[in-house]
Design a protein around this ligand. Structure first.
Ligand code: SF4
Length: 345
């Protein structure tokens, strides 16, 4: 079965990922649903511990199987990944799906040349000869903008700058033309100029290969640059979903307002003071009852009957858009208008 307009390339349904620790069960992801089409980028945004990275490690099958209880459905081009064997997943990783991590130095082996590492990934999945794999490594280094790729292919990771290592890791992730690329904070450790170059590179490669991309970040500025659709996660759940324009220009959830308020305005005056969200993310060992954001939310008193602390707000999605909050649509519109006014002067 192949993906069509009717059937998304990646489909995640009611995903729950719970794992055991010495202190108890961590409900890292608690009922997540989303779709991703070929050639599109989904930005997943949230603070540390919101479940973003766990979701993606689960899609790739890189979770600890012994300690993790998973429920739900993950379909990649019609194939169910949660029941796939380790062998099947290994084949899919690299061939069909691939990942770029934040820290290239930790992901590349210091003992082998860049060319060997890219080439080995290619050989493993295609059965190419050593000479073919070397030629492919040079081609990929060239494609990601490494100067003199036929020379630099024999360098070790420590001989590359941080930005070049990140490019090399992207080359390695793309060497088998994966149809799904998961990028987990891939530019966080880089300076702004290199960050912009890497983002441009990913966009170019996506246009060239039609890759579906999941881009995980805590930075809404990065989302504004690269995403088509946005999923905001808090405490292991999706709290808001929509197109980039909907989520960034007319957000519906108090947590998304908090994220926007804690970063420089995307297009307003530069001197608007930042207002970080008070408190810290919830423990997923013992998450808050009701809306998981309620201990930090400044709007709980606007909801009658103490619902915020007692009842979990549902995420109802219509045409890809939704927010999980007990405030009425009119309240959300008015409160967001007040918030936007404080950001524009
Ligand atoms: Fe805030 Fe209540 Fe909405 Fe949760 S449901 S975001 S606590 S107003």
């Amino acid at each position: 079965m192949t993906s069509t307009d009717q059937q998304p390339f990646l489909s995640v349904r009611d995903l729950k990922v719970h794992f055991s620790t010495e202190d108890g069960v961590v409900k890292a992801v608690d009922g997540l649903t989303f779709d991703l089409a070929k050639g599109k980028t989904l930005g997943i945004v949230g603070e540390s511990g919101s479940g973003k990275s766990v979701t993606n490690l689960t899609i790739l099958g890189l979770h600890d199987r012994e300690r993790t209880a998973i429920d739900g459905e993950i379909l990649l081009d019609g194939k169910e990944l949660l029941t796939a064997s380790e062998r099947e997943l290994e084949k899919l990783r690299g061939n069909k799906m691939s990942m770029i991590f934040q820290d290239a130095l930790a992901s590349l082996s210091p003992y082998h040349t860049i060319g060997k590492q890219i080439g080995e990934t290619y050989r493993k999945h295609t059965g190419a000869s050593k000479a073919e794999a070397r030629a492919r490594a040079i081609e990929m280094l060239k494609r990601v903008g490494i100067p003199q790729p036929d020379v630099r292919v024999d360098d070790y990771p420590h001989q590359f700058s941080g930005g070049m290592r990140q490019r090399a890791m992207i080359a390695m992730a793309l060497v088998c033309d994966p149809e799904l690329l998961i990028a987990d904070e891939p530019t966080t450790a880089l300076d702004v100029t290199v960050q912009a170059q890497i983002m441009d590179l990913l966009k170019d490669l996506q246009q060239e290969f039609g890759t579906a991309i999941i881009f995980i970040t805590h930075d809404l500025g990065v989302i504004a640059d690269i995403a088509d659709d946005v999923l905001v996660m808090y405490g292991g759940r999706c709290v808001e979903r929509g197109t980039k324009k909907e989520v960034l220009r007319a957000p519906q959830h108090p947590y998304t307002w908090g994220l926007l308020g804690s970063m420089p305005s995307l297009d307003g005056p530069v001197d608007v003071p930042l207002s970080p969200i008070p408190g810290s993310p919830p423990s997923l060992l013992n998450p808050p009852t009701g809306c998981r954001f309620h201990p930090r939310c400044t709007f709980t008193e606007k909801v009658t009957g103490g619902l915020c602390a007692s009842a979990q707000p549902l995420l109802e999605i219509t045409d890809g858009r939704g927010a999980a909050c007990h405030l009425t649509a009119d309240q959300r519109r008015d409160f967001f208008a007040d918030f936007a006014a404080t950001r524009s002067h």
